[in-house]
Design a protein around this ligand. Structure first.
Ligand SMILES: Nc1nc2c(c(=O)[nH]1)N[C@H]1C(S)=C(S)[C@@H](COP(=O)(O)O)O[C@H]1N2
Ligand SMILES: [Mo]
Length: 491
């Protein structure tokens, strides 16, 4: 029993030493080359949409910490098992550890945008883990003899060194984040050539509350001074822009609502910000679009690909390369220094964050990230409405109560919102003014609430006169439909 415990400890310590060594080397070279994160990112890419949907739905933005925790637990179990195995068959255990670290090294080196040098942290980590394993397996005391207890001092030293390495890696990562934050703060956004009107009350979602959906396990930290945007593919004049080039163009300022295709009926993945950016249409026209091109593939520094119909980018809507969000440079989480934004299309089909390349191509030639996973090639936002007040299952006082929420149908606008109580007649809500068809509409409805259990339901009519689809369909493959319905108690 004591012996087994020693094996478990040996395995855990070897793994901890290897992982912290890898983290330290990655923190120096490139944070994205951490084998643990690389395997996590590869797992995200390989996860079927149904599982990912479930994770997003049940865990929200905790999906990524949950993934890392899960990986940590699996690794710890494997390390403990290999440690016990190593007591009898050290070579077999060492080969297994080497194999595992090779998986991490290869994952890091084959991430989009990675180089073979990104394998170094995983290789170093594997070497350290195997070395530590053999060191700890040597019995304490001289002469070495089988079955003698392992050295407690060597274990403590290993644990201490691993903690120092992990702490240093953590500190280095924090230092990099600070550097990135300082560079972001140094960006001066010019005044817009086309400013928006003073913002309407409560129309905009503050940046800190804005929903975040992406596949990035670590937020990309892009240096604005070395950032470049390449425009290439089916164009007569390929070009490369710096951030200054972009900031020198006339900028527009618009209040635009963004929605995620994963937003289920009544869900939180929708928000409105005041975006500042350069129009995409003149940039594309200047590049000289070739005949037959119908898709723009935007690539991000972390390898995301987002495909947008070129027709949508040229039809006069405010599609832009955004640099500002609610009066500040884009937050790192929302794509600093530059993201694409296409009003009227779900985020995965028009709003690439951390964008670094625009490739003019054809739908027949390239499928973007989510399209290869079964989502629709072209994904216009469907008309939707949501009740925000009262909350589902809330208890409200009897008497006059103001029911409130939002409705959106980007590109078409909202013409009407109606509320229904307990399946009764539909009643018109009052709509707040909005700047454009691309902005959500806040609605209110005065309810004479009577004691008891009630069901509230909402539906919108878009600017073309079409009533929001009643039929419940899931998020996959092109966005959910259905009327948001909730139960409340009036006391
Ligand atoms: N680089 C990159 N851009 C991305 C994504 C991503 O995973 N990586 N996710 C897209 C999706 S699915 C949505 S809904 C929006 C979300 O933008 P936000 O996080 O700023 O709200 O970004 C889009 N752009
Ligand atoms: Mo999305």
């Amino acid at each position: 029993m004591r012996r087994t415990l020693q094996g478990v400890l040996t395995g855990l310590l070897a793994a901890a030493a290897g992982l912290s060594a890898a983290a330290l080397v990655a923190a120096v070279l490139r944070p994205g080359a951490d084998p643990l994160f690389a395997v996590g990112s590869a797992a995200i890419d390989a996860t079927p949409h149904a599982v990912k949907d479930l994770a997003v739905r049940t865990l929200g933005t905790w999906d990524k910490p949950a993934l890392l925790l899960g990986m940590g637990l699996v690794l710890a179990a494997a390390a403990a098992g290999l440690g016990v195995l190593a007591l009898r068959r050290p070579t077999v255990a060492a080969v297994a550890i080497g194999g595992l670290s090779l998986v991490g090294a290869v994952a890091a080196a084959t991430r989009p945008g990675a180089a073979w040098a990104d394998a170094v942290p995983g290789v170093v980590g594997g070497g350290v883990a195997v070395g530590v394993l053999y060191l700890l397996l040597r019995p304490a005391g001289e002469p070495a003899a089988d079955g003698r207890p392992l050295s407690r001092r060597r274990m403590l030293t290993t644990a201490g060194l691993a903690a120092v390495a992990a702490g240093t890696a953590y500190g280095l990562r924090g230092f990099r984040a600070d550097t990135a934050a300082r560079r972001r703060a140094a960006v001066r956004l010019p005044a817009p050539a086309e400013p928006a009107a003073p913002p309407l009350p409560d129309l905009l979602t503050p940046n800190r509350d804005f929903y975040r959906v992406d596949t990035a396990l670590t937020v990309p930290r892009v240096n604005p001074d070395t950032w470049r945007l390449t425009i290439k593919g089916m164009v007569d004049r390929p070009s490369t822009l710096t951030l200054d080039d972009l900031l020198r163009r006339p900028l527009i300022e618009r209040d635009i609502t963004m929605t995620c295709v994963s937003n289920d009926v009544g869900g939180p993945y929708v928000g409105t910000a005041r975006w500042l950016g350069a129009r995409l249409a003149p940039l594309l026209r200047d590049a000289g679009l070739r005949a037959g091109a119908d898709q723009l593939i935007a690539r991000s520094v972390d390898g995301m690909t987002i495909g947008t119909p070129i027709a949508a980018l040229l039809d006069g809507r405010d599609a832009m390369l955004a640099v500002g969000m609610n009066g500040e440079p884009l937050p790192a989480e929302h794509g600093f220094p530059v993201r694409m934004l296409t009003p009227g299309l779900y985020g995965y089909a028009g709003s690439c964050k951390w964008v670094s390349e625009l490739e003019v191509t054809r739908f027949a030639d390239v499928d973007a990230y989510w399209v290869t996973r079964g989502y629709a090639r072209v994904a216009p936002v469907k008309t939707a409405s949501r009740i925000d007040r009262p909350a589902a299952l809330a208890t409200v006082p009897a008497g006059m109560f103001t029911v409130a929420g939002v409705a959106w149908a980007q590109r078409r606008g909202i013409a009407a919102v109606e509320v229904q109580v307990d399946g009764g007649p539909w009643q018109r809500a009052t709509l707040a003014r909005v700047p454009s068809v691309d902005t959500w509409v806040q609605w209110t409805w005065r309810w004479q609430a009577t004691r008891g259990a009630h069901t509230l339901r909402v539906r919108a009519t878009d600017g073309t006169g079409a009533v929001q689809e009643e039929k419940r369909v899931p998020v996959f493959p092109d966005g959910a439909t259905g009327w948001h319905t909730l139960a409340v108690t009036v006391a």
